[in-house]
Design a protein around this ligand. Structure first.
Ligand SMILES: C[S@@+](CC[C@H](N)C(=O)[O-])C[C@H]1O[C@@H](n2cnc3c(N)ncnc32)[C@H](O)[C@@H]1O
Length: 501
Protein backbone atom coordinates (compact mmCIF):
# COMPACT_ATOMS: atom_id res chain seq x y z
CA UNK A 1 0.00 0.00 0.00
CA UNK A 2 1.51 3.31 -1.07
CA UNK A 3 1.51 6.17 1.40
CA UNK A 4 1.75 9.68 -0.02
CA UNK A 5 4.76 11.43 1.44
CA UNK A 6 4.63 14.86 3.04
CA UNK A 7 6.03 17.75 1.00
CA UNK A 8 9.21 18.21 3.00
CA UNK A 9 10.13 14.54 3.02
CA UNK A 10 9.31 14.26 -0.69
CA UNK A 11 11.61 17.21 -1.42
CA UNK A 12 14.49 15.57 0.48
CA UNK A 13 14.08 12.27 -1.35
CA UNK A 14 13.82 13.95 -4.76
CA UNK A 15 17.05 15.76 -4.00
CA UNK A 16 18.59 12.50 -2.95
CA UNK A 17 17.53 10.63 -6.13
CA UNK A 18 18.86 13.49 -8.23
CA UNK A 19 22.15 13.58 -6.34
CA UNK A 20 22.54 9.83 -6.79
CA UNK A 21 22.12 10.18 -10.56
CA UNK A 22 18.82 8.30 -10.66
CA UNK A 23 17.50 10.75 -13.26
CA UNK A 24 16.02 10.57 -16.75
CA UNK A 25 19.18 12.10 -18.28
CA UNK A 26 21.44 9.59 -16.60
CA UNK A 27 19.27 6.56 -17.46
CA UNK A 28 19.08 7.75 -21.07
CA UNK A 29 22.84 8.21 -21.18
CA UNK A 30 23.49 4.74 -19.79
CA UNK A 31 20.64 2.70 -21.26
CA UNK A 32 19.46 4.80 -24.27
CA UNK A 33 16.01 5.54 -22.87
CA UNK A 34 13.96 5.38 -19.67
CA UNK A 35 11.78 2.40 -20.68
CA UNK A 36 12.15 -0.25 -17.98
CA UNK A 37 13.27 -3.51 -19.61
CA UNK A 38 10.96 -6.52 -19.74
CA UNK A 39 12.34 -9.28 -17.48
CA UNK A 40 13.93 -12.12 -19.40
CA UNK A 41 14.87 -9.96 -22.39
CA UNK A 42 18.46 -9.22 -23.48
CA UNK A 43 18.02 -5.56 -22.46
CA UNK A 44 17.08 -6.61 -18.95
CA UNK A 45 20.16 -8.87 -18.62
CA UNK A 46 22.37 -6.21 -20.08
CA UNK A 47 21.23 -3.60 -17.57
CA UNK A 48 21.59 -6.13 -14.77
CA UNK A 49 25.19 -6.78 -15.87
CA UNK A 50 25.89 -3.06 -16.03
CA UNK A 51 24.63 -2.28 -12.56
CA UNK A 52 26.63 -4.69 -10.46
CA UNK A 53 28.66 -2.10 -8.60
CA UNK A 54 27.83 -1.20 -5.02
CA UNK A 55 27.18 2.42 -5.92
CA UNK A 56 23.99 4.03 -4.78
CA UNK A 57 22.84 4.72 -8.35
CA UNK A 58 23.22 1.06 -9.33
CA UNK A 59 21.22 0.02 -6.28
CA UNK A 60 18.42 2.39 -7.29
CA UNK A 61 18.41 1.07 -10.86
CA UNK A 62 18.22 -2.51 -9.61
CA UNK A 63 15.48 -1.80 -7.11
CA UNK A 64 13.21 0.40 -9.13
CA UNK A 65 14.11 -0.05 -12.82
CA UNK A 66 14.82 -3.79 -12.90
CA UNK A 67 12.78 -4.78 -9.85
CA UNK A 68 15.45 -6.93 -8.21
CA UNK A 69 16.71 -6.98 -4.67
CA UNK A 70 20.20 -5.50 -4.67
CA UNK A 71 22.75 -6.18 -1.99
CA UNK A 72 22.16 -2.94 -0.14
CA UNK A 73 25.34 -0.92 -0.51
CA UNK A 74 26.90 0.96 2.36
CA UNK A 75 26.13 4.15 0.47
CA UNK A 76 22.39 3.77 1.08
CA UNK A 77 21.66 5.51 4.36
CA UNK A 78 19.45 3.56 6.75
CA UNK A 79 17.17 6.56 6.97
CA UNK A 80 16.57 6.47 3.22
CA UNK A 81 15.63 2.81 3.28
CA UNK A 82 13.18 3.40 6.09
CA UNK A 83 11.64 6.31 4.16
CA UNK A 84 11.20 4.00 1.16
CA UNK A 85 9.56 1.47 3.46
CA UNK A 86 7.33 4.16 4.95
CA UNK A 87 6.20 5.19 1.46
CA UNK A 88 5.54 1.53 0.61
CA UNK A 89 7.93 1.43 -2.36
CA UNK A 90 10.00 -1.18 -0.47
CA UNK A 91 8.36 -3.87 1.66
CA UNK A 92 9.44 -4.76 5.18
CA UNK A 93 12.16 -7.05 3.89
CA UNK A 94 13.54 -4.34 1.61
CA UNK A 95 12.11 -5.74 -1.65
CA UNK A 96 10.75 -3.29 -4.23
CA UNK A 97 6.95 -3.33 -4.46
CA UNK A 98 6.76 -1.01 -7.47
CA UNK A 99 8.63 0.32 -10.45
CA UNK A 100 9.79 3.88 -9.80
CA UNK A 101 11.22 5.45 -12.89
CA UNK A 102 12.39 8.98 -13.68
CA UNK A 103 10.43 10.73 -16.42
CA UNK A 104 11.39 14.30 -17.30
CA UNK A 105 12.00 15.92 -13.93
CA UNK A 106 9.57 13.58 -12.10
CA UNK A 107 9.75 10.03 -10.75
CA UNK A 108 6.73 7.89 -11.61
CA UNK A 109 5.57 4.94 -9.56
CA UNK A 110 3.79 2.13 -11.43
CA UNK A 111 3.28 -1.60 -10.93
CA UNK A 112 6.44 -3.57 -11.27
CA UNK A 113 6.57 -6.44 -13.71
CA UNK A 114 5.97 -9.77 -12.10
CA UNK A 115 6.52 -13.12 -13.73
CA UNK A 116 5.95 -16.66 -12.60
CA UNK A 117 9.58 -17.10 -11.58
CA UNK A 118 9.16 -14.30 -9.05
CA UNK A 119 9.51 -15.63 -5.49
CA UNK A 120 6.28 -13.88 -4.58
CA UNK A 121 4.20 -13.49 -7.77
CA UNK A 122 1.43 -11.17 -6.78
CA UNK A 123 -0.61 -10.33 -9.87
CA UNK A 124 -2.76 -7.25 -9.42
CA UNK A 125 -6.16 -7.40 -11.12
CA UNK A 126 -5.66 -4.01 -12.71
CA UNK A 127 -1.95 -3.27 -13.03
CA UNK A 128 -0.96 0.37 -13.25
CA UNK A 129 1.18 0.79 -16.34
CA UNK A 130 4.39 2.84 -16.26
CA UNK A 131 5.49 5.47 -18.72
CA UNK A 132 5.52 3.58 -22.01
CA UNK A 133 5.86 4.70 -25.63
CA UNK A 134 2.14 5.55 -25.89
CA UNK A 135 2.29 7.91 -22.91
CA UNK A 136 5.44 9.51 -24.31
CA UNK A 137 3.90 10.04 -27.76
CA UNK A 138 0.76 11.60 -26.35
CA UNK A 139 2.89 13.80 -24.11
CA UNK A 140 4.85 15.02 -27.15
CA UNK A 141 1.71 15.63 -29.21
CA UNK A 142 -0.12 17.52 -26.42
CA UNK A 143 -0.45 21.23 -27.17
CA UNK A 144 0.36 23.60 -24.36
CA UNK A 145 -2.29 26.32 -24.48
CA UNK A 146 -3.18 27.58 -21.02
CA UNK A 147 -6.56 26.32 -19.82
CA UNK A 148 -8.75 26.64 -16.77
CA UNK A 149 -9.53 22.98 -16.09
CA UNK A 150 -8.27 20.01 -18.09
CA UNK A 151 -9.57 16.44 -17.94
CA UNK A 152 -7.05 13.58 -17.98
CA UNK A 153 -9.32 10.69 -18.98
CA UNK A 154 -7.94 7.29 -17.89
CA UNK A 155 -5.21 9.02 -15.92
CA UNK A 156 -3.52 5.81 -14.71
CA UNK A 157 -0.50 6.76 -12.61
CA UNK A 158 -0.97 10.41 -13.52
CA UNK A 159 1.89 10.99 -15.98
CA UNK A 160 -0.17 13.32 -18.17
CA UNK A 161 -1.79 14.91 -15.10
CA UNK A 162 1.58 16.07 -13.79
CA UNK A 163 2.48 17.49 -17.17
CA UNK A 164 -0.85 19.30 -17.55
CA UNK A 165 -0.31 21.15 -14.28
CA UNK A 166 2.25 23.32 -16.09
CA UNK A 167 -0.43 24.88 -18.30
CA UNK A 168 -3.78 24.32 -16.58
CA UNK A 169 -5.11 25.91 -13.44
CA UNK A 170 -6.75 22.66 -12.41
CA UNK A 171 -6.70 19.05 -13.60
CA UNK A 172 -9.50 16.52 -13.20
CA UNK A 173 -7.85 13.08 -13.24
CA UNK A 174 -10.32 10.22 -13.74
CA UNK A 175 -9.88 6.46 -13.96
CA UNK A 176 -11.90 3.30 -13.58
CA UNK A 177 -9.26 1.84 -11.31
CA UNK A 178 -8.98 2.93 -7.67
CA UNK A 179 -5.47 1.53 -7.54
CA UNK A 180 -4.46 3.71 -10.47
CA UNK A 181 -5.82 6.73 -8.64
CA UNK A 182 -3.82 5.78 -5.53
CA UNK A 183 -0.67 5.63 -7.64
CA UNK A 184 -1.52 8.96 -9.27
CA UNK A 185 -2.05 10.55 -5.84
CA UNK A 186 1.33 9.28 -4.72
CA UNK A 187 3.05 10.55 -7.87
CA UNK A 188 1.44 13.95 -7.45
CA UNK A 189 2.29 14.25 -3.76
CA UNK A 190 5.86 13.10 -4.34
CA UNK A 191 6.66 15.23 -7.38
CA UNK A 192 4.44 18.31 -7.01
CA UNK A 193 3.50 18.57 -3.35
CA UNK A 194 2.61 22.24 -3.79
CA UNK A 195 0.04 21.41 -6.49
CA UNK A 196 -1.93 18.73 -4.66
CA UNK A 197 -4.93 21.03 -4.23
CA UNK A 198 -5.08 21.71 -7.97
CA UNK A 199 -5.98 18.11 -8.88
CA UNK A 200 -9.37 16.50 -8.42
CA UNK A 201 -9.37 12.69 -8.60
CA UNK A 202 -12.54 10.93 -9.75
CA UNK A 203 -13.23 7.22 -10.07
CA UNK A 204 -15.58 5.81 -12.71
CA UNK A 205 -16.20 4.51 -16.20
CA UNK A 206 -15.26 6.80 -19.10
CA UNK A 207 -16.92 10.20 -18.99
CA UNK A 208 -19.50 9.13 -16.37
CA UNK A 209 -17.74 10.86 -13.45
CA UNK A 210 -17.94 14.20 -15.30
CA UNK A 211 -21.24 13.82 -17.09
CA UNK A 212 -22.53 17.23 -16.05
CA UNK A 213 -19.35 19.15 -16.92
CA UNK A 214 -17.51 20.40 -19.99
CA UNK A 215 -13.81 21.17 -20.47
CA UNK A 216 -11.60 23.35 -22.65
CA UNK A 217 -9.26 20.40 -22.96
CA UNK A 218 -9.36 16.61 -22.59
CA UNK A 219 -6.27 14.41 -22.80
CA UNK A 220 -6.61 10.65 -23.11
CA UNK A 221 -4.30 7.67 -23.33
CA UNK A 222 -6.93 4.90 -23.22
CA UNK A 223 -6.33 1.18 -22.74
CA UNK A 224 -6.28 0.58 -26.48
CA UNK A 225 -4.59 -2.81 -26.79
CA UNK A 226 -6.97 -4.99 -28.83
CA UNK A 227 -7.15 -8.30 -27.01
CA UNK A 228 -9.96 -10.91 -27.04
CA UNK A 229 -10.00 -11.24 -23.26
CA UNK A 230 -7.11 -9.70 -21.49
CA UNK A 231 -5.09 -12.03 -19.28
CA UNK A 232 -4.85 -8.93 -17.14
CA UNK A 233 -7.22 -6.04 -17.31
CA UNK A 234 -5.18 -3.71 -19.50
CA UNK A 235 -7.76 -3.81 -22.26
CA UNK A 236 -11.40 -3.01 -22.45
CA UNK A 237 -14.10 -5.62 -22.37
CA UNK A 238 -15.67 -3.86 -25.32
CA UNK A 239 -15.41 -5.47 -28.72
CA UNK A 240 -12.26 -4.59 -30.64
CA UNK A 241 -11.70 -0.82 -30.53
CA UNK A 242 -15.12 0.02 -29.05
CA UNK A 243 -13.69 1.73 -26.00
CA UNK A 244 -11.69 4.22 -28.10
CA UNK A 245 -14.81 4.93 -30.10
CA UNK A 246 -16.82 5.53 -26.94
CA UNK A 247 -14.17 7.80 -25.39
CA UNK A 248 -14.00 9.88 -28.59
CA UNK A 249 -17.75 10.24 -28.99
CA UNK A 250 -18.50 10.82 -25.31
CA UNK A 251 -15.42 13.04 -24.97
CA UNK A 252 -16.64 15.28 -27.81
CA UNK A 253 -19.87 15.84 -25.85
CA UNK A 254 -17.88 17.05 -22.87
CA UNK A 255 -15.91 19.74 -24.73
CA UNK A 256 -16.55 23.47 -24.38
CA UNK A 257 -17.10 25.31 -27.65
CA UNK A 258 -13.54 25.62 -29.04
CA UNK A 259 -12.39 22.93 -26.59
CA UNK A 260 -9.86 20.32 -27.72
CA UNK A 261 -9.51 16.58 -27.13
CA UNK A 262 -6.16 14.92 -27.81
CA UNK A 263 -5.77 11.20 -27.71
CA UNK A 264 -3.60 8.28 -28.80
CA UNK A 265 -5.44 5.25 -30.11
CA UNK A 266 -5.52 2.03 -32.09
CA UNK A 267 -8.33 0.86 -34.31
CA UNK A 268 -9.03 -2.01 -36.66
CA UNK A 269 -9.48 -2.15 -40.40
CA UNK A 270 -12.18 -4.60 -41.46
CA UNK A 271 -11.77 -6.65 -44.65
CA UNK A 272 -13.06 -4.83 -47.70
CA UNK A 273 -12.80 -1.35 -46.13
CA UNK A 274 -10.03 1.25 -45.96
CA UNK A 275 -8.22 2.35 -42.80
CA UNK A 276 -10.12 5.63 -42.81
CA UNK A 277 -13.64 4.16 -43.08
CA UNK A 278 -14.14 3.07 -39.50
CA UNK A 279 -12.73 6.23 -37.92
CA UNK A 280 -14.73 8.38 -40.33
CA UNK A 281 -17.97 6.97 -38.92
CA UNK A 282 -16.78 7.70 -35.38
CA UNK A 283 -16.02 11.32 -36.23
CA UNK A 284 -19.27 11.98 -38.05
CA UNK A 285 -21.82 14.34 -36.50
CA UNK A 286 -19.61 15.38 -33.60
CA UNK A 287 -19.59 19.11 -34.49
CA UNK A 288 -15.82 18.87 -34.26
CA UNK A 289 -12.90 19.57 -36.56
CA UNK A 290 -10.68 16.52 -36.56
CA UNK A 291 -7.11 15.70 -37.46
CA UNK A 292 -6.04 12.07 -37.38
CA UNK A 293 -2.35 11.36 -37.72
CA UNK A 294 -1.94 7.78 -38.86
CA UNK A 295 1.31 6.54 -37.35
CA UNK A 296 1.55 2.80 -38.02
CA UNK A 297 -0.23 -0.34 -39.11
CA UNK A 298 0.33 -4.05 -38.64
CA UNK A 299 -1.10 -7.28 -39.97
CA UNK A 300 -3.14 -8.99 -37.20
CA UNK A 301 -0.65 -11.83 -36.79
CA UNK A 302 2.31 -9.44 -36.44
CA UNK A 303 0.33 -7.43 -33.93
CA UNK A 304 -0.29 -10.53 -31.81
CA UNK A 305 3.37 -11.52 -32.09
CA UNK A 306 4.45 -8.09 -30.81
CA UNK A 307 1.88 -7.75 -28.07
CA UNK A 308 1.57 -11.28 -26.71
CA UNK A 309 4.86 -11.12 -24.79
CA UNK A 310 4.31 -7.58 -23.57
CA UNK A 311 1.51 -8.81 -21.36
CA UNK A 312 3.56 -11.61 -19.78
CA UNK A 313 5.49 -9.60 -17.25
CA UNK A 314 2.29 -7.96 -16.12
CA UNK A 315 1.18 -11.27 -14.76
CA UNK A 316 -0.13 -13.40 -17.64
CA UNK A 317 -0.88 -16.77 -16.12
CA UNK A 318 -2.08 -18.72 -19.13
CA UNK A 319 -0.12 -20.61 -21.72
CA UNK A 320 1.49 -18.42 -24.37
CA UNK A 321 0.63 -20.73 -27.30
CA UNK A 322 -3.10 -20.91 -26.60
CA UNK A 323 -3.23 -17.19 -25.92
CA UNK A 324 -1.55 -16.55 -29.28
CA UNK A 325 -3.95 -18.83 -31.18
CA UNK A 326 -7.06 -17.41 -29.47
CA UNK A 327 -5.96 -13.90 -30.21
CA UNK A 328 -5.35 -14.60 -33.91
CA UNK A 329 -8.71 -16.39 -34.08
CA UNK A 330 -10.40 -13.38 -32.49
CA UNK A 331 -9.14 -11.10 -35.25
CA UNK A 332 -10.05 -13.65 -37.95
CA UNK A 333 -13.59 -14.14 -36.70
CA UNK A 334 -14.09 -10.36 -36.70
CA UNK A 335 -12.68 -9.99 -40.26
CA UNK A 336 -9.88 -7.76 -39.05
CA UNK A 337 -7.38 -7.20 -41.86
CA UNK A 338 -5.07 -4.71 -40.09
CA UNK A 339 -4.55 -2.82 -36.85
CA UNK A 340 -3.76 0.88 -37.08
CA UNK A 341 -2.34 3.31 -34.57
CA UNK A 342 -2.26 7.07 -34.45
CA UNK A 343 -2.91 10.38 -32.74
CA UNK A 344 -6.19 12.27 -32.81
CA UNK A 345 -6.92 15.96 -32.29
CA UNK A 346 -10.57 17.09 -32.07
CA UNK A 347 -11.92 20.60 -31.62
CA UNK A 348 -15.53 21.44 -30.92
CA UNK A 349 -16.77 23.96 -33.51
CA UNK A 350 -20.51 24.05 -33.78
CA UNK A 351 -21.21 26.76 -36.37
CA UNK A 352 -20.19 26.11 -39.98
CA UNK A 353 -18.97 22.97 -41.68
CA UNK A 354 -16.28 20.97 -39.92
CA UNK A 355 -13.04 19.85 -41.49
CA UNK A 356 -11.68 16.33 -41.03
CA UNK A 357 -8.14 15.48 -42.08
CA UNK A 358 -6.59 12.03 -42.25
CA UNK A 359 -2.85 12.12 -42.72
CA UNK A 360 0.06 9.76 -42.54
CA UNK A 361 2.59 10.77 -39.95
CA UNK A 362 5.45 11.19 -42.38
CA UNK A 363 8.35 11.60 -40.02
CA UNK A 364 8.05 11.25 -36.25
CA UNK A 365 7.24 12.91 -32.95
CA UNK A 366 10.82 12.99 -31.77
CA UNK A 367 10.26 15.47 -28.94
CA UNK A 368 7.76 17.95 -27.49
CA UNK A 369 5.83 19.27 -30.49
CA UNK A 370 3.31 21.75 -29.14
CA UNK A 371 4.52 24.79 -31.09
CA UNK A 372 4.77 22.88 -34.36
CA UNK A 373 1.38 21.21 -33.93
CA UNK A 374 -0.31 24.53 -33.13
CA UNK A 375 1.31 26.14 -36.17
CA UNK A 376 0.04 23.36 -38.46
CA UNK A 377 -3.46 23.60 -37.03
CA UNK A 378 -3.47 27.33 -37.73
CA UNK A 379 -2.63 26.54 -41.36
CA UNK A 380 -5.44 23.99 -41.63
CA UNK A 381 -7.90 26.64 -40.45
CA UNK A 382 -6.46 29.12 -42.92
CA UNK A 383 -6.98 26.63 -45.77
CA UNK A 384 -10.46 25.59 -44.73
CA UNK A 385 -13.29 27.12 -46.79
CA UNK A 386 -15.79 26.74 -43.95
CA UNK A 387 -13.54 28.23 -41.32
CA UNK A 388 -14.24 31.86 -40.79
CA UNK A 389 -15.37 34.07 -37.97
CA UNK A 390 -17.95 35.40 -40.40
CA UNK A 391 -19.46 32.46 -42.32
CA UNK A 392 -21.07 34.76 -44.92
CA UNK A 393 -17.60 35.83 -46.09
CA UNK A 394 -16.36 32.26 -46.60
CA UNK A 395 -13.98 31.86 -49.47
CA UNK A 396 -14.60 29.11 -52.00
CA UNK A 397 -10.93 28.10 -52.01
CA UNK A 398 -8.81 29.93 -49.46
CA UNK A 399 -5.61 28.56 -51.03
CA UNK A 400 -6.36 30.55 -54.17
CA UNK A 401 -8.16 33.47 -52.62
CA UNK A 402 -6.31 34.17 -49.46
CA UNK A 403 -3.15 32.16 -48.91
CA UNK A 404 -1.77 32.77 -52.42
CA UNK A 405 -1.81 36.48 -51.66
CA UNK A 406 0.56 35.99 -48.72
CA UNK A 407 4.29 36.62 -49.12
CA UNK A 408 5.29 33.05 -48.28
CA UNK A 409 8.91 32.19 -47.57
CA UNK A 410 10.88 29.04 -46.90
CA UNK A 411 10.72 28.02 -43.24
CA UNK A 412 14.05 27.48 -41.51
CA UNK A 413 15.84 25.27 -40.86
CA UNK A 414 15.09 22.68 -43.52
CA UNK A 415 17.30 19.61 -43.81
CA UNK A 416 17.91 18.34 -47.30
CA UNK A 417 19.23 15.01 -48.60
CA UNK A 418 19.62 14.03 -52.21
CA UNK A 419 19.33 10.54 -53.65
CA UNK A 420 18.74 8.54 -56.77
CA UNK A 421 16.40 5.69 -57.65
CA UNK A 422 17.49 3.17 -60.25
CA UNK A 423 14.64 1.46 -62.11
CA UNK A 424 14.61 -2.12 -63.40
CA UNK A 425 15.64 -0.85 -66.84
CA UNK A 426 18.61 0.95 -65.33
CA UNK A 427 16.97 4.36 -65.71
CA UNK A 428 18.06 6.74 -62.97
CA UNK A 429 16.00 9.47 -61.42
CA UNK A 430 17.13 11.89 -58.78
CA UNK A 431 15.06 12.91 -55.76
CA UNK A 432 15.41 15.30 -52.87
CA UNK A 433 14.19 14.51 -49.38
CA UNK A 434 13.40 17.52 -47.24
CA UNK A 435 12.65 17.43 -43.58
CA UNK A 436 11.68 20.04 -41.05
CA UNK A 437 10.81 20.35 -37.37
CA UNK A 438 12.61 19.59 -34.13
CA UNK A 439 9.85 17.78 -32.18
CA UNK A 440 7.32 16.95 -34.87
CA UNK A 441 9.60 16.08 -37.80
CA UNK A 442 7.92 16.09 -41.18
CA UNK A 443 9.34 14.93 -44.50
CA UNK A 444 8.57 15.29 -48.19
CA UNK A 445 10.29 13.69 -51.15
CA UNK A 446 10.28 15.83 -54.30
CA UNK A 447 11.98 16.21 -57.67
CA UNK A 448 15.17 18.31 -57.60
CA UNK A 449 13.39 21.02 -59.68
CA UNK A 450 10.70 21.32 -57.02
CA UNK A 451 13.35 21.61 -54.29
CA UNK A 452 14.91 24.47 -56.29
CA UNK A 453 11.51 26.03 -56.86
CA UNK A 454 10.89 26.05 -53.12
CA UNK A 455 13.93 28.30 -52.67
CA UNK A 456 12.22 31.00 -54.76
CA UNK A 457 9.86 31.75 -51.88
CA UNK A 458 11.77 34.49 -50.09
CA UNK A 459 8.90 36.50 -48.62
CA UNK A 460 9.39 39.40 -51.03
CA UNK A 461 6.27 38.82 -53.15
CA UNK A 462 2.89 37.04 -52.95
CA UNK A 463 3.03 33.26 -53.42
CA UNK A 464 0.91 33.62 -56.56
CA UNK A 465 3.65 35.70 -58.24
CA UNK A 466 6.33 33.16 -57.34
CA UNK A 467 4.25 30.38 -58.91
CA UNK A 468 3.53 32.49 -62.02
CA UNK A 469 7.24 33.27 -62.42
CA UNK A 470 8.13 29.60 -62.25
CA UNK A 471 5.44 28.57 -64.74
CA UNK A 472 6.69 31.15 -67.26
CA UNK A 473 10.26 30.06 -66.78
CA UNK A 474 9.49 26.31 -67.01
CA UNK A 475 7.98 26.40 -70.50
CA UNK A 476 5.73 23.52 -71.65
CA UNK A 477 1.96 23.08 -71.12
CA UNK A 478 1.21 26.01 -68.86
CA UNK A 479 -2.11 24.86 -67.35
CA UNK A 480 -0.68 21.49 -66.39
CA UNK A 481 2.47 22.92 -64.85
CA UNK A 482 0.50 25.55 -62.94
CA UNK A 483 -1.78 22.88 -61.53
CA UNK A 484 1.11 20.67 -60.43
CA UNK A 485 3.16 23.53 -59.02
CA UNK A 486 0.08 24.83 -57.19
CA UNK A 487 -0.54 21.38 -55.71
CA UNK A 488 3.05 21.01 -54.50
CA UNK A 489 3.18 24.55 -53.10
CA UNK A 490 0.01 23.92 -51.14
CA UNK A 491 1.43 20.67 -49.77
CA UNK A 492 4.64 22.45 -48.75
CA UNK A 493 2.56 25.10 -47.00
CA UNK A 494 0.38 22.52 -45.22
CA UNK A 495 3.42 20.66 -43.95
CA UNK A 496 5.12 23.83 -42.78
CA UNK A 497 7.97 24.02 -45.34
CA UNK A 498 6.55 27.35 -46.51
CA UNK A 499 5.55 29.89 -43.93
CA UNK A 500 3.57 33.12 -43.79
CA UNK A 501 5.04 34.08 -40.39
C1 LIG B 1 -2.85 3.08 -20.90
S1 LIG B 1 -3.36 3.55 -19.30
C2 LIG B 1 -3.01 5.28 -19.39
C3 LIG B 1 -2.37 5.85 -18.17
C4 LIG B 1 -1.90 7.29 -18.28
N1 LIG B 1 -2.95 8.19 -18.73
C5 LIG B 1 -0.68 7.43 -19.18
O1 LIG B 1 -0.73 8.16 -20.17
O2 LIG B 1 0.33 6.80 -18.88
C6 LIG B 1 -5.12 3.51 -19.46
C7 LIG B 1 -5.88 3.78 -18.19
O3 LIG B 1 -7.28 3.75 -18.49
C8 LIG B 1 -7.97 3.19 -17.40
N2 LIG B 1 -9.28 2.67 -17.86
C9 LIG B 1 -9.55 1.46 -18.42
N3 LIG B 1 -10.86 1.37 -18.73
C10 LIG B 1 -11.42 2.55 -18.34
C11 LIG B 1 -12.74 3.05 -18.38
N4 LIG B 1 -13.73 2.33 -18.89
N5 LIG B 1 -12.96 4.29 -17.89
C12 LIG B 1 -11.95 5.03 -17.37
N6 LIG B 1 -10.68 4.59 -17.30
C13 LIG B 1 -10.41 3.37 -17.78
C14 LIG B 1 -7.04 2.11 -16.89
O4 LIG B 1 -7.33 1.82 -15.54
C15 LIG B 1 -5.67 2.76 -17.09
O5 LIG B 1 -5.26 3.41 -15.93
Amino acid sequence: MLKSPGGEKAGEIREFLRGAGYTAEELTRRFHNTDPPIPGTPRWFRIEAETESDSLSDALVRWFFLGTLPAVPEAVPTELRSSFMDFGVLDDSGRPTVQWVPFGSDWIVSDRWVDKSDPDPNFPEDPVIGVGPAAVHLHRFTTRESAATVLDLGCGGGVQTLDLLDTANRVVASDLSRRALDFARFNLAFNRPDDVERVEFLCGDGLAPVEDRTFPKIICNPPFILTPSAPVSVASEELLDGLCRRFIRDGAQRLDEGGVLQMILEWVEIEGTSWQDRIATWLKDLSCDAWLLHANHQAPISYVETRVRELDPLGAEDDLGSRFRNWVQYFRSNQVSAIHGGLLWLRKRTPGRNWIRFEDLEGEMAGPSSTEVLDLLRRFDLLDPGHSANPSSDLADPWNERVLELPLRVAQPIRRQTGETIGGDGARSAFVRLDIGSGFRRTVTVDPEIAEFLMRFDGSQPARDVIDGFVRHAGGPEAEIRKEVGRVSRLLFEKGFLTDA
